[in-house]
Design a protein. Structure first.
Length: 242
């Protein structure tokens, strides 16, 4: 039998339930040159970049794709898709086929499990499937799982608000900071957990169960990496090299 993928990874809530699947505190030190234009994408959006002094030298975008300020939620994307849509589920996902009930049947790209059809061994999004590259150009891309972990391990994080919006603020040793709004996620035509949780894609496939990909989540009680169904609509925060 086919394995069943959860829509969202199990996340412990303060009430003991499980999930299936802001005063202005911006930092003037974060104002970096605007990106966009060339570099493998159309450059239909622009971004400002934050230097957090990370070992890799990566710069992080100051706001989400589809937003124009740090506290705006921006747009939501399924993993490996470069356009928004009104319905997020397996039936509308680009890289799969579905069974009679609308569940995942086969994967047509980024597959490491022969139970789901032909395997290709690809575990990281190609540039053509990276919405940050498509929207920003200039070397922008979705961070890998390891790059999210680098952010987590080299900053101090706190649950806070910006202009009335709940989110997570990451402050680096160099004094610069990054704010991620708790924008929730989309499934079918609904928006869930907005204001309570943030879910952000990485570019890394969850190879042990390839209907999922790695993502970063946070809420008022903590943060971590987990795996999520690729058909979910989640936030994207871009990175690029300095």
């Amino acid at each position: 039998m086919k394995k069943t993928f959860k829509m969202l990874a199990l996340v412990a809530m303060s009430a003991g339930l499980l999930f299936a699947a802001c005063g202005k505190d911006d930092d003037d030190k974060n104002d970096n040159p605007t990106g966009g234009g060339s570099g493998g994408g159309s450059g239909t959006e622009t971004a400002e970049w934050v230097d957090l002094g990370l070992p890799s030298g990566l710069l992080w975008a100051k706001w989400n794709l589809g937003a124009t300020s740090p506290e705006e939620p921006g747009d939501y994307y399924a993993w490996g898709e470069t356009a928004t849509k009104s319905v997020y589920n397996w039936s509308t996902y680009k890289y799969c086929t579905v069974d009679a009930e609308g569940g995942l049947e086969t994967l047509t790209k980024y597959n490491t499990d022969s139970d789901y059809g032909t395997t290709d061994g690809q575990t990281t999004l190609q540039a053509s499937d990276d919405v940050a590259t498509a929207k920003l150009g200039n070397g922008a891309r979705i961070p890998t799982r390891a790059e999210w972990e680098e952010l987590i391990n080299n900053t101090t994080a706190e649950w806070t608000t910006m202009n009335g919006v709940n989110g997570r603020k990451f402050t680096a040793a160099n004094g610069n900071s990054l704010f991620l709004p708790a924008a929730g996620y989309r499934w079918d035509s609904g928006l869930y957990d907005a204001g309570e949780y943030g879910y952000y894609w990485s570019s890394s496939l969850y190879a042990d169960s390839p209907g999922d990909a790695w993502g970063f989540y946070f809420y008022s009680g903590g943060q971590d990496m987990s795996d999520y169904g690729r058909g979910d609509g989640q936030s994207v925060r871009a990175v690029r090299q300095n």
